[in-house]
Every structure is written in C-alpha cells, then in structure tokens.
Design a protein around this ligand. Structure first.
Ligand code: FES
Length: 575
C-alpha cells in the first residue's frame, strides 16, 4: 500500500514539476500545460487517487513510526523518514492556498496568480515552496531507488535515471524563476496586480482568515497525530519494561529487549552490526539468521517472510531478522556478514553486496596433485600461471568474471550486469572455450605432461549476494550463497559422472538450450524442496550450436559413460 500510494504521489509530483518547467518557454505555456495537468488530477478519479494516496502514505508513515521498537536505523533510512515527516507541514499551506481555496471560494489557482503571490507579493512563500519541492522530490527518488535497486536492469539504467532525477527539479525551479520574472514584468504595469487578483478571485480578508483557520486545524491535527504516536511508543515501552527477553549473539553478547522488538531492531538498538540491505523491509534476505536455540516458541513466518525464505531455499531454522519478533529467549547466528567499514572506500555500488541472480561456474583441473608431485616448485608455478592465463582468458572472452583462483580451481561469475539469461549462455560458452583452450595448452606442453589435461566444470544459476569482499588491496568481486555451493558441488560431481560438465536444469532453461537428448539426473539438495535436476555433458566441446552458442545439450557419445539409470547413485549435495 505504501508503495502504491507512493507511486501515485510520485506521478503527481513529476507531472507538476514538468508543468513548472514549461515556464522556461513562457508563462502562457505554463498555463496551457496546467489545463492538461488539472484535467488529469482534478477529475473525480484523479482527486480520489491523489488525496487517497496522500492520506494512505501519511497514515502508513505514522504506523511505521509506531511499529518500530527502536529509532536507530541506517543514515539513508533516517533521512528518508525525516524528510517524509517534514513534508506535510511544509506542503499544507500550498494545498490550502490552491486546492482548498478553489473548492471553498472558487479561487483560481492559475500560474499567474500563484506566481504573483509566490514570486512578487510574498517571495518568502516562494522560497519555502521551492525548498519543499526539492525535499519532496528527494524523498520520492529515495523511495524509488530503495525499491528498485535489486533489479539488474536498474543498475544499467541508473546513469539515465540519475540524470532525470537531477534535471527534473532543476528544470522545474528554472521554469518557476522564469515564470516569476515574467509575472514581475507584468506586475510593473499600473493596475495589473489589482486586476489579476480580482479576476482570479483572490481571497479577501475574511476568506484568508477562514483559510488560516483550516491551516491551523490541519497543522494541529498533524502535530497531534505525531505526538500521539510518540506518546503511544513511550507508553508501550513503559508497559513492556517489566518483561524482557534475551537474545544471545555468536560473540556471547546477550541483549535484553522488550517483547515486540524484531531481531534486527535488537541488533541495532545494541549497536551490533547486522546486514540489512533493504533496510528491514523483508525484501533482500541479507538479515537472515540461524536460530541456534529457542526455535520452538517462535511465531510462524508471515506470508512475506515465508516467500523470501522459500526463494533462498532457507531451512526451517533460518528466519529473517527484520521480520521475526521473538516472544522468548533466543540464540541467533547472523548468516551474512554485516558490511565491514573498509568497503566504503569502493566507489561502485556493488560494494555493499546486492542479492541478484547470477550464473556461477566452477572449474577444476583433473589429476593436478599427481602432476605437481613430479615437478619442481618453479615448474608448477610456471604451469599454473600459464593455466590461469588460459582459463582467465576463456572466461573473460565469454563475458564472465574470473574471481577466485584456488590451487588449480577457478570460480567465475556470469551475468552480473547482463542478467541471468545472458549469464547462463555466457557460462556455457565459457565451458566450451575452457575445454578447447585447455586442449590447446595440452598440445603446447605435450612434452612436459604425462597426458592431455582434463577439466571438470559445474554451472548453476540462481540468487546469490554479489559484492566486493576481502581486505585492503585484496578486495575483489565475488558471490556468496547456496547458488555458489551448488555450482561447486556440481564441479565435483563431474568425477562421479565421468563427464566434463554438469549443469542444472535452471541453467539449461535460462540459456534456452534443448535438453531432450541429454542425460538427466535428480539430486537431493539440502535447503531445497524437491530434487535438483542436473544434466551431464560428456564433452563440453559438443555444446556448440550453428551460431556458436549452445542450442542443445548433447546425448552421450557412443563411447561415453553409461546412462544415468546404470550410473552412480544420486549423490546428496550438502550446501
Ligand atoms: S533486511 Fe532485507 S529482508 Fe531483512
């Protein structure tokens, strides 16, 4: 409801500012634009939507203030809330001077009259209105940003959206100034001001007094509602003081709070860092905790919490800290690290970590330990550097990011910016290129190697938290989450299935490849309802379709491994 109401209000503000910007053309253009603006928002439907949204948004803001057990929150969230609370008193006099004056006394709210008042007769009103305009716009843009920032397309559109966010109020204010200057020139003509006020039915002293009373009453009402919320909060805190619950953290720290606090609020009230990318709105899952003790007495997850937990495949003892209001003592383990301070030096917005869909590839060299045993350490370093060069190049050419080289293994991410579908296709292309380039390396080093190099590759696509992690100069982009664990385990399964590549059904589906002929297996995966369907590819080189991209997964070649029914028992993935 808050989002819906916010979107209606944001649409109103955007059209209003666009109308102001017409002042850069002329006062007449502003007036012409206003005809359309009023047609849109002063019909019964527009009026109901606008004032319904205004009331809903304000009431939900007060409820939000009441519901929170602690007012400690991240700076961005505090700014958004503070702006939201400032806006009603600042806006009320404008609404009463235009819409209410029109409704009660038929006062014309054309740009000519409003600019005459706000630019020429009472410039301080114009200044206050300009400040309000900027605050309203910032509040709305913050709401949109924190709503949309998890969508991959949003990151790509951000430069354009940011330009629009800057230009819209700038052009509106410039339009206001230009319109005001035109009105000031007109006002220099003898008798124009008086005539304009008369023609626009500007309120006289009795009407102004009546409007002032409406304004006072509205402000009193708003102040009273805000005060009532604060008093209710204080009363609740006093009433619940006698009963406390204890929440124990992994460090051994115990925090006592009144029942009704969420676990995230408890962490914040005690100054314990706790990841919460969406600000506690139950959208990101980064605040999730494992319940180490006290699971029995917990209230069941609500619909929103259950949906998010299902999406990340959380087991029954994992809950969202921002949604869980424990009624008894609890021991919790936050599952994702809170944002460490050094990451703030990074300038891209992946630093805080963001949950998104991404394709993850794990590749590992077969028999490397045996190969390294018979070589001098310098030779191993030379070989590994050459190998990593080949592997890193193949991944980069396919559009991926090779982000972790451990021993002879590599982890790579695909679709971080381009989305999961593109990522899945790129990962398959990378698998083919990896095997091809490895064969070329085998030929190049044939006299050094006991036999051709072989590789096992696992690919999965799904939700993961992608962000820059590490310390000091060792900070790099990586991903964490079940998707990563599953991809890693699939790479290990290539040994059991005696194949070069194992991918999940999701990868095949996202990449749009035909799986009809491919060997299919079902695995049991912890944290996941139902079986995980995977496909094996004996030779990754067989993935190429006519255009280069994989279009179908190949069947086992005649000399390939046995069919799945005779193959190894479905292994359990422990992720
Ligand atoms: S903070 Fe985002 S779901 Fe809890």
């Amino acid at each position: 409801m808050r989002l819906g109401a916010g979107l209606v209000l944001f649409s109103y503000v955007t059209t209003h500012l666009a109308n102001h910007a017409l002042g850069l053309v002329s006062l007449a253009a502003m007036q012409e634009g206003q005809v359309w603006f009023l047609r849109l928002w002063r019909n019964p439907l527009g009026t109901t939507a606008l004032y319904g949204a205004l009331l809903t948004h304000a009431l939900l803001a007060l409820w939000y203030l009441y519901e929170r057990r602690t007012l400690r929150m991240p700076a961005w969230q505090a700014t958004q809330v503070a702006l939201g609370l400032c806006i009603p008193p600042l806006l009320l006099s404008h609404i009463i001077g235009t819409r209410i004056a029109f409704t009660l006394f038929g006062t014309d709210s054309s740009y000519t009259r409003v600019l005459l008042v706000q630019w020429y007769l009472s410039p301080e009103v114009g200044l206050r209105q300009s400040v309000t305009l900027v605050l309203v716009w910032i509040h709305g843009c913050m709401g949109l940003h924190f709503w949309l920032r998890f969508h991959p397309w949003y990151q790509r559109a951000l430069p354009v959206l940011f330009s629009i966010a800057l230009l819209t109020p700038a052009l509106a204010l410039l339009g206001f100034v230009e319109g005001g200057r035109e009105v000031a020139r007109l006002a220099a003509r003898p008798g124009w001001v008086e005539e304009t006020l008369r023609l626009t039915r500007a309120p006289g002293p009795p009407e102004r007094a009546a409007l002032a009373r409406v304004l006072r009453t509205s402000l009193d009402f708003y102040g009273g509602a805000l005060g009532a919320v604060l008093i209710a909060r204080a009363g609740r805190a006093l009433a619940s003081r006698r009963r406390t619950i204890r929440i124990t953290y992994p460090s051994g720290r115990v925090v006592q709070v009144s029942p009704g606090f969420t676990v995230l609020e408890t962490s914040r009230s005690a100054g314990i860092p706790h990841a919460s990318v969406c600000g506690g709105r139950g959208r990101c899952s980064t605040c999730r905790i494992r319940i180490a003790r006290g699971l029995e007495g917990l209230p069941a997850a609500g619909a929103d919490e259950a949906r998010v937990l299902r999406r990340v495949g959380a087991p029954p003892n994992v809950r969202l800290a921002c949604q869980l209001r424990p009624r008894g003592d609890l021991t919790v383990v936050p599952l994702l690290p809170a944002q460490p301070a050094p990451l703030t030096v990074s300038h891209d917005d992946q630093a805080p970590g963001r949950e998104q869909e991404v394709a993850v590839l794990f590749a590992d060299l077969r028999g490397f330990t045996r190969l390294a045993e018979h070589k001098l350490p310098y030779d191993v370093v030379f070989f590994l550097n050459r190998y990593f060069e080949v592997v890193g190049g193949a991944i980069e050419r396919a559009g991926g990011i090779a982000n972790q080289f451990t021993g002879d293994g590599v982890m790579a991410l695909f679709g971080v910016d381009a989305g999961a579908e593109v990522g899945a296709r790129q990962a398959l292309a990378a698998a083919r290129a990896l095997v091809g380039d490895l064969a070329a390396l085998s030929r190049e080093l044939a006299h050094e190697l006991p036999g051709p190099l072989r590789m096992g590759i696992g690919i999965h696509v799904g939700h993961a938290v992608v962000g820059r992690m590490g310390y000091g100069p060792g900070i790099y982009l990586t991903a964490v989450g079940d998707t990563v664990h599953v991809a890693s385990r699939l790479e290990q399964l290539t040994k059991e299935y005696d194949c070069e590549l194992v991918i999940t059904e999701e990868v095949a589906h996202r990449a749009g490849v035909d799986t009809r002929d491919a060997p299919r297996h079902e695995l049991t995966v912890r944290n996941r309802r139902g079986a995980l369907v995977v496909y094996t590819v004996a030779r990754a080189a067989m993935l190429a379709g006519p255009g280069g991209d994989a279009t179908a997964l190949p069947a086992y070649p005649a000399a390939g491994p046995p069919p799945p029914t005779a193959g190894p028992a479905a292994p359990k993935i422990r992720s």
